[in-house]
Design a binder for this molecule. Structure first.
Ligand SMILES: CC(C)(COP(=O)(O)OP(=O)(O)OC[C@H]1O[C@@H](n2cnc3c(N)ncnc32)[C@H](O)[C@@H]1OP(=O)(O)O)[C@@H](O)C(=O)NCCC(=O)NCCS
Length: 169
């Protein structure tokens, strides 16, 4: 019999979220208090990573977003039309419970968010996913997953939908 814990990702519902603690109080507060309201108001779509016992081990949020062409790295911007705003997908928050850090669950959540964004882009167009590092310490988390920094936004990162497509198509 396998003793490997199993995890799955699903939309935030009637999960016990108050015990979630990732080490960043703002991100904990968001899941405890705000995420459900954002879902109801269609401001953000929160998804939770649930372990075999039903505990929330992590979460992320996705929203529609728009970005100015000038904010994108020049090598990406020059391949796009000169529209004032370009459609994108915002990975607004991503966090893993401290009890689960270092088990590749952050990567798993990120891959799930990117794959979901890519699938959604077939129906609501998006040139890529934008993520925001909550502090400087997590910049490398996004850089090592093929994100590139936005121009003049040292903590905001972009990955092109075409890059995501190559990984998941
Ligand atoms: C950042 C966070 C999501 C990473 O989750 P995790 O499950 O511990 O990370 P993983 O085990 O999936 O690590 C995947 C890779 O990212 C790296 N990584 C993990 N945390 C990192 C960090 N804080 N900074 C830089 N790299 C990091 C790992 O070393 C690993 O690299 P490798 O595959 O080359 O060994 C998690 O530490 C967290 O929730 N932190 C608090 C909230 C936060 O800062 N969220 C960031 C988004 S705003």
């Amino acid at each position: 019999m396998s003793t490997t814990p199993q995890y799955f990702v699903e939309p935030l519902g009637a999960h016990d979220r108050l015990s979630f603690s990732c080490g960043v109080s703002d991100l904990d507060f968001y899941l405890h208090v705000q995420a459900g309201q954002d879902a109801t108001r269609k401001v953000a779509a929160p998804f939770v990573l649930v372990d075999a016992h039903g505990n929330v081990a992590g979460y992320y949020t996705l929203s529609a977003y728009a970005i100015r062409l000038s904010e994108l790295p020049p090598h990406i911007a020059r391949k796009l039309p000169k529209y004032p705003l370009i459609p994108a997908t915002l990975l607004g928050r991503l966090a893993v419970s401290q009890a689960h850090h270092g088990r590749k669950l952050g990567r798993l959540l990120l891959m799930d968010a990117l794959c979901r964004s890519w699938k959604n882009a077939a129906e609501v167009a998006s040139v890529g996913v934008i993520a925001e590092a909550y502090n400087d310490a997590v910049r490398d988390f996004y850089l090592r997953h093929e994100f590139v920094p936005l121009v003049d936004h040292p903590r905001k990162f972009f990955i092109a939908m075409r890059t995501i497509q190559k990984a998941f198509a």
